[in-house]
Every structure is written in C-alpha cells, then in structure tokens.
Design a protein around this ligand. Structure first.
Ligand code: NAD
Length: 447
C-alpha cells in the first residue's frame, strides 16, 4: 500500500508548550550567534505559521562533525588542529557551504553559518541544502606547505562526509581557490574510481583551470551589486553618485567596491584588520586591491587616503555601508556611531542583536545578507552544474543567470514583506522557510 505524503499527513498545529529553543536546550546568551540566528529564523517561521515539527527540524543541524587531526610543521614537529563540518539541512538538495580557516572557528558559530546557508539556498530556489565548516587556525602563522598539508589532512579526515552528490564545500574567510584546488585533488585521490577523474565537483570556488567557473571569484560582490540594483531605488538611492564605505577588503568587500565604483559610486572609507583609511574625494577601489595584495592583505598605509581610527570610520557620513568582514562586528555602540542611510550586508550576521535593534531604532535600512550575499553560493551552484555536465560557461552567461536569480529572490522578499508587514531580513527568512515547508509537505518526514 503506497504511503501518501500529503501536507495533511504532517502535524500542522503548534500545541502550546515550551518554545522550540527551550525544548532543545539552547544557550540562553542572546549574543550567542547560533541563538541569534535561530531566533530570527524561528520568528520568521512563526509569522508564516510554519508547523512546529519544521521549526524543531530547522532549529538544529542534521549532522555536526568535529575532527582533531595532526599536521607536520616545516620544522618537523606536529601540531593538532580542530576542524568542523556542520550539515544543517539537505531537504532541497546536497549540503553546500563554505570552509573557513580562522582562529575563532567554533561549533556554535559554524552551526549558525550552516543554518544561514540553508536559508540562502532556499530563498534563491537552488536545489541545495545548507552546511558550513572550517578549521581553527591562524593561516598567517603557516607556510604555504603547512597550509597545503593542513588542507589535505583535513579533507582526508572528512572522507566521504563530503562528496559531489552529498556535501560540497566552497571558499570562505581564510580559504581561496588554491585551497579548494587542494581539497578537490585530495578528495579525488582518496575516493573510489567513480570520482577519481571527474570528482572535482566535490568543491566549488576552484581555480579556473581545474574546473572553476568564470565569475565565481567576484560572485558574492556581484550578487550584492545586483541586489542593490533591486533595492536601492526604494531607498531613494542609486549607485551613480552614491558614497559608500566598506568593512573588510577581502574577496567580498573588494569586489563589491570595484563593481560599485564601476557604476559611478564613490568609495570614501575602508576598515579592515590592519586599520582604517578615509578620503572624502574617493579611494580608487582597484588600486586599493593592488596595494592590499602587496601588503599582506591589509589596507593600512594606503598612500592616497588618511589613516583614521575605528570610531572615525564608523562616524564617516556615507549613503551606504557594506560590512564584508566577520559576524557580529557591529554592536550597539558601533551601530550608534554609523552615519549611513543603509547597510548592505556582505558578511553574514554582521550585527549583534543589540546592534540590529539600534539600527532599526535609528531608521537605518538593513539589506540582509541572506539576499545580499547569496551570489556566492549561486555561482557555486553554476560551477557544480558545469563540472557535472562537463561544460564551461562564458562569464556573460554566469552573470545573466546570477542577475535573474537575485532579481527573483528580491521579488520574493518584497512580496513577503508586503504580506507580513515586516523588515527585509524577516521577510527573506520567511520566504525561505515557506519554500522548505513546501518541499517537506511533498516529501514528508521519513519514515
Ligand atoms: P576574506 O578572508 O577574503 O576577507 C575578510 C576581510 O575581513 C579581510 O579584509 C580582513 O582584513 C577583514 N577582517 C577580519 N577581521 C576583521 C576585524 N576584526 N575588523 C575589520 N576587518 C576584519 O573573506 P571573504 O570571503 O571576503 O568573506 C567576508 C565575509 O563574507 C564573511 O563573513 C563570509 O562568511 C561572507 N561570505 C563570503 C562569501 C564568499 O564567496 N567569499 C560568500 C558569502 C558570504
């Protein structure tokens, strides 16, 4: 007798009882990034009356993998490293999400970022689920050879927990195309024959000559600029003539800056790990990339701008600020300093809950990361498709498909905002949750 999985076969009512967070024993600290993210997603889920079973499922990842692995250093000694892979949800398709190499990588942090990946893929209607991972390490302290051995040993320790049909990592903070190339090569060497010569779809963000996609390096910045095309007009802003500042001048920040500058916007201030700089007459975004590349990635000391302190950076008057560094950098104090009309989130969750509330109190528009930075995973999806179909797309095709997906996702967010009368972040999460709920209602919950 076939089992019918109609939406009605799943419990739709939410009985009165403990909140999902209480039932699952969440850390009560409101600044815990995982709690912060889950609270936002569950609030959105409540607003679209998502059933409790779905809220419980989304509130915890499916799998949390923690690995300790030794790496031989150049001096012959061994160091033990801690790595993570959190697979949040794969209802829509294989797990997908970045690998971060950073000293502050920790479990709750990775869980939060994995949940956000589930939301991003669902909002963009990609056939992918959400994951995130990384290694607790300061790569600046490692030689290139040590970084390669760390990457390869971590990848081999992950074993078949990743794979082109199962879980597909990508670059994030502290990792890049070179690291993705090492991950793919390692996977192809340790896996079975099926993936030995065509298994490079196991990771995205690879070097172009080893299965990478045109347009992937700039994809997150490009997606952010396409999202701005959609959302700036309703704020009474347009890229041409607009002033903007950027926090973090790595992949996302520097590409967003270059692409916005190409549309006539003026970059006037930048803050990164090395310090802050300002020039009211404009900073050449392209030249700054060249400077940072030859100065250990940092913008400090750039000759055509004045050096300023952090507070002066935040107090610099601009139309738009783009946080593109790490999570929770903008707390209540910094949110109070910010002198911009809008924030376009390149980084995931760049504000603390109090910072978010302060921005809302001050009427600063927040364009949420779940929409603004989903360009990265979208072009990763294109790379994965190209690898699996043995195709190479020209950059025009990548860009036009990306623009279409960001346009449609923006439309979903706007429609949900109208329906619920809420802010853009809540609307984006609500649209994502609705998508996942719909697929669960078709698939059912096994068995
Ligand atoms: P990156 O490593 O290339 O750059 C990170 C930047 O942040 C650097 O300029 C660094 O100096 C700066 N930074 C670090 N700590 C800082 C601090 N305390 N104060 C000021 N600046 C600091 O990383 P990325 O790939 O550009 O990622 C940036 C953010 O965007 C991350 O939150 C990441 O998760 C998110 N993101 C990245 C992608 C992608 O495709 N790379 C996609 C989606 C989201």
């Amino acid at each position: 007798m076939p089992v019918s999985y109609s939406p009605l076969s799943l419990p739709n009512s939410r009985p009165a009882g403990p909140s999902v967070l209480d039932e699952l024993g969440f850390d009560p600290d409101p600044n815990n990034l995982y709690r912060q993210t889950a609270v936002q997603v569950l609030d959105a889920a409540d607003r679209v009356e998502a059933p409790r079973y779905l809220q419980l499922i989304l509130a915890q990842p499916k799998n949390e993998l923690m690995i300790h692995f030794p790496v031989r250093m150049d001096d012959g000694s061994y160091k033990l490293f801690k790595g993570y892979r959190v697979q949040h949800n794969n209802t829509l398709g294989p797990y997908k999400g970045g690998m971060r190499f950073h000293p502050h990588v920790g479990l709750d942090h990775v869980k939060a970022l994995a949940l956000l990946m589930t939301m991003k893929c669902a909002l963009a209607h990609l056939p992918l689920g959400g994951a995130k991972g990384g290694v607790q390490v300061n790569t600046r302290e490692l030689s290139p050879g040590e970084q390669m051995r760390l990457t390869r040993r971590f990848t081999s320790a992950l074993g078949d927990n990743i794979g082109p049909e199962h879980d597909i990592p990508a670059p994030d903070v502290g990792t890049n195309a070179t690291v993705m190339g090492w991950m793919a090569d390692t996977y192809m060497n340790i896996t079975g024959r099926a993936h030995r010569s065509s298994g490079n779809a196991v990771v995205t963000g690879k070097p172009l000559d080893f299965g990478g996609s045109q347009g992937r390096e700039k994809a997150t910045g490009q997606g952010l600029v396409y999202a701005l095309d959609e959302l700036l007009p309703e704020l009474g802003l347009e890229a041409a003539g607009m002033t903007f500042s950027v926090i973090g001048y790595g992949n996302v920040g520097s590409w967003a800056a270059r692409l916005l500058a190409a549309r006539g916007a003026k970059l006037t201030a930048v803050l990164d790990q090395s310090g802050a700089i300002r020039n009211p007459n404009g900073i050449d975004a392209e030249a700054l990339v060249g400077y940072a590349n030859s100065h250990n990635g940092g913008v400090s000391g750039y000759p055509d701008a004045e050096k300023i302190d952090e507070e002066s950076f935040y107090r610099t008057e601009v139309d738009l600020c783009i946080p593109a560094a790490l999570e929770q950098m903008i707390d209540k104090t910094k949110a109070g300093w910010l002198a911009c009309k809008a924030i376009a989130e390149g980084a995931n969750a760049p504000t603390t809950p109090e910072g978010d509330a302060e921005l809302s109190r001050r009427g600063v528009a927040v364009l949420p990361a779940v929409l603004c930075n989903c360009g990265g995973v979208t072009v990763s999806y294109f790379e994965w498709m190209q690898n699996r179909q043995a195709e190479t797309w020209p950059v025009d095709r990548v860009d036009s498909q990306l623009r279409r997906i960001i346009g449609e996702a923006s439309q979903r967010v706007r429609q949900m905002r109208e329906k619920l009368g809420c802010d853009l972040r809540t609307a984006a999460f609500a649209a994502a949750v609705e998508r996942i709920e719909h697929v669960y209602s078709i698939r059912g919950v096994f068995p």
